[in-house]
Design a protein around this ligand. Structure first.
Ligand code: NAD
Ligand code: HSO
Ligand code: ZN
Length: 429
């Protein structure tokens, strides 16, 4: 991990560059997959599954028997943990329901807004390097609360052409029974165009590696909406001497172990603390089963000594981390000034892992600086707002002249007529 001491602002652009390749580079690799799935459907899906996942599956759709087997195979303790996590996620996302907004903007002019679920949604569950069954809870729970009518799921098959039992169990717990054994770009393309087996959806959700993330962005060119670019995981920790080096090192490693293209950053105002975290990282890293992946991620990562906490805050808002941990005095005060971050964790006993699994917040979050303009997944991600209005006779007399004058000024006579004809009708009553 590189140590950077008091970096000057002119160097921040370079300092906080993510390790992801240029989007055009990946697009060139994935466009042929999109074209093939668009024209050859399931056949292309199978071909790319064989190429990238090294397996041919008998049936793309998981069978009821596979769900039953998973239910039997899964450790009861894990089942209980999944249920507990689901309860908290349900509680937090149910509380996000908003009531209808209704305003009489002028006498007789009533406007209101109501939400409706997106009817068909596709959930992507990553499975390349680990079967992320926790992501099912993060996506299927709010989709169910929102009332989405058709919820399908895609996830890469393992080397035996199977889906991990915890994925099947979590899905059935959330009421999702259509899981397709397909991952990566081919899964995103299949949900974009539809194939003989996999239905086309209106919006695709879920995190994934850089191929999945760019594929989702490409899907938007074909009329499909996406939640946001949720690519390789990141965490920024801002800590002072009140933090515990071993906790901070574990938090940094927790996101580094996701994959070689993850990025983790520590910003601290204390040189001694920085050194202690570095030592802890080396100690804890040696014990990790995924140390190779974590080590690669650490080579993209930084330990930064900041001149002041105010500089650290500027770094947060410049970088826009997916996850931000504030392990410092006055974390609450600092958090109020955070503008760009996906999800914020305050205090020494709030590990980011808690949000990944079970505290209740959503772990599907914007990466690569997209926290500047996107929110993480929440209940609203599965809904659309529709506005309504009813204008009374009194109301049209109130706003009619305003509309007529503006329409005339835009040179749109028919717009003006739609109002003036009604005003005349009222006058001749
Ligand atoms: N931002 C978030 O909210 C969030 C949440 C969870 C996980 N993540 C991230 O999700 C990612 C999961 O990645 P993963 O790889 O384990 O699983 P994945 O399911 O995203 O990707 C695996 C698929 O990638 C495809 N693939 C592999 N090499 C390819 C190539 N050269 N060309 C085209 N396609 C290729 C394969 O089809 C494979 O099925 C990690 O980077 C993790 O950090 C992000
Ligand atoms: N940290 C990931 C989001 O970037 C989510 C996750 C799933 N499992 C463990 N972690
Ligand atoms: Zn994680």
């Amino acid at each position: 991990m590189k140590i950077i001491s008091i970096p000057v602002r002119e160097s921040w652009e370079e300092l906080f560059r993510r390790p992801t390749p240029e989007i055009e580079e990946i697009e060139d690799q994935i466009k042929p997959i999109f074209r093939a799935v668009m024209s050859s459907g399931d056949e292309a899906v199978q071909k790319y599954t064989s190429r990238f996942d090294g397996v041919l599956v008998d049936s793309l759709l998981c069978s009821p028997q596979e769900f039953k087997d998973a239910e039997k195979a899964l450790d009861p303790e894990l089942k209980k943990a999944i249920q507990n996590a689901m309860g908290n996620i349900k509680r937090f996302h149910s509380a996000q329901k908003t009531t209808r907004v209704e305003v009489e903007t002028a006498p007789g002019v009533l406007c209101w807004q109501e939400k409706r679920p997106i009817e068909k949604v596709g959930l992507y569950i990553p499975g390349g390097t680990a079967p992320l069954f926790s992501t099912i809870l993060m996506l299927a729970v709010p989709a169910q609360i929102a009332g989405c009518r058709e919820i399908i799921m895609c996830t890469p098959p393992n080397k035996e052409g199977k889906v991990h039992p915890a994925i099947l169990y979590a899905a059935s717990l959330c009421g999702v029974d259509r899981i397709y054994k397909v991952g990566g770009v081919q899964a995103v393309a299949a949900m974009t165009f539809g194939t003989e087996t996999i239905p086309r959806v209106y919006k695709i959700f879920g995190p994934g590696n850089q191929y999945v993330t760019v594929a989702k962005q490409l899907a938007t060119q074909y009329g499909v909406a996406i939640d946001m670019p949720a690519g390789p995981s990141e965490v920024m920790v801002v800590a002072d001497d009140s933090a515990k080096p071993s906790f901070v090192a574990a938090d940094l490693l927790s996101q580094a172990e996701h994959g070689a293209d993850s990025q983790v950053v520590l910003v601290t105002t204390s040189q001694t603390f920085l050194e202690s975290v570095r030592e802890e990282i080396n100690m804890q890293l040696a014990e990790l089963p995924r140390k190779d992946l974590a080590q690669k991620a650490l080579s993209n990562s930084k330990l930064i000594l900041a001149e002041s906490i105010s500089d650290a805050l500027d770094m947060i808002n410049f970088y826009g981390p997916e996850h931000l941990i504030l392990s410092c005095e006055d974390a609450e005060v600092l958090s109020e000034k955070v503008i760009n971050a996906g999800s914020v964790f305050l205090g020494n006993f709030t590990p980011e892992s808690a949000g990944d699994y079970a505290s209740g917040t959503n772990h599907t979050l914007p990466t690569n600086g997209y926290a500047r303009q996107y929110s993480g997944v929440n209940l609203d991600s599965f809904m659309k707002s529709i506005t309504f209005q009813r204008i009374s006779e009194k109301g049209i007399q109130q706003i009619g002249p305003t509309v007529a004058i503006m329409a005339e000024a835009e040179g749109l006579q028919a717009h003006k007529n739609a109002v003036t004809l009604r005003l005349q009708a009222l006058l001749s009553k």
